[in-house]
Design a binder for this molecule. Structure first.
Ligand code: AMP
Length: 281
């Protein structure tokens, strides 16, 4: 396994591999790897000749009052897990390496962004598409793997690839959960013991909502209200949003026969958790 920290080395190494017609599977992450990340790496390994993992906590996608400085990091642990997962190359640049000078062009996401996390985290997805545009140009992947844990990110990235004609296949990967249903996240380490116990209510309420919609026992507004009430009653968390929208366009649902997403974000004392489920009726 090779670890590359410099953009210029990354691009020239990947260009050689590209010319030798290797397929390249790319998993972009912010590190502090868990089974969710590992499932993306496994899929990339199964479908490509070469697997590239990037580890970069991208300051551009964090708001001023968000958790950039406390975001968990442990490169040595990540390196070991990546080795075990069969990663060929870790791209591990510094912030100065990725953003050596102030930018002369800014990307601005205009669709699928005024809802969910885009609404509560203004500028977040502009930061995400900026770093991914750079990473795609450095890694030159055939396929890039994204978790449906961040379903809005998947939708935005699909828009990026379509709008800018990146020759990259975006692969949607399922959410990996703890045994009690909580979606795995690097940020879960910041939950207190009691918050960790309470947090399972997010999964349970989503599951109940999904079943109620699929069985046509409730309409969209009733399901949103039920999820909000269940989480509020059974946890110390504060609801950031509970939404049901079309997927991947993330618009108001016109016809319940289209694919829908139930998405929630809940703030605990030191961490904001997101989760979602897709619904096909
Ligand atoms: P992050 O390091 O949080 O930026 O995540 C990197 C990638 O891993 C993103 O595509 C995430 O959607 C994905 N990911 C994070 N958590 C999970 C999970 N529990 N299941 C599946 N994919 C995940």
């Amino acid at each position: 396994m090779r670890i590359i920290e410099k953009t210029i080395e990354m691009q020239s190494f990947m260009t050689q591999l590209k010319y030798s017609e290797k397929s390249i599977g790319f998993v972009p992450t912010m590190g502090y790897l868990h089974e969710g990340h590992l499932s993306l790496l496994q899929r990339a390994k199964a479908e490509n000749d070469i697997v590239v993992l990037s580890i970069f906590v991208n300051p551009l996608q964090f708001g001023a009052n968000e958790d950039l400085s406390t975001y968990p990091r442990d490169f040595n642990r990540d390196e070991k897990l990546a080795q075990e997962a069969g990663v060929d190359i870790i791209f591990y640049p510094s912030v100065e390496e990725m953003y050596p000078k102030s930018s002369s062009i800014e990307l601005n996401v205009t669709k699928r962004v005024n809802v969910l996390c885009g609404k509560s985290r203004p500028g977040h997805f502009n930061g995400v598409v900026t770093v991914l545009t750079k990473l795609f140009n450095l890694v030159l992947p055939t396929r890039a793997y994204f978790g449906m844990k961040d379903a809005q990110q998947v939708a935005v990235v699909e828009g990026l690839v379509e709008d800018f004609n990146f020759p990259i296949e975006i692969v949607r990967c399922p959410i990996i959960r703890e045994s009690d249903g909580l979606a795995k996240s690097s940020r879960n380490v910041h939950l207190t013991v009691s918050e960790r116990e309470e947090a399972v209510i997010i999964y349970k309420s989503l599951m109940d909502g999904k079943i109620a919609l699929e069985d046509k026992k409730m309409d969209i507004e009733q399901v949103k209200l039920q999820i909000t009430n269940t989480i509020t009653k059974n946890s110390s968390g504060t609801i950031d949003y509970v939404e049901i929208l079309s997927y991947p366009m993330l618009e108001t649902v016109q016809n319940v026969k289209e694919t829908m997403i139930i998405a929630v974000a809940v703030r605990f004392s030191k961490v904001r958790l997101i989760d979602n489920m897709l619904i096909n009726i």
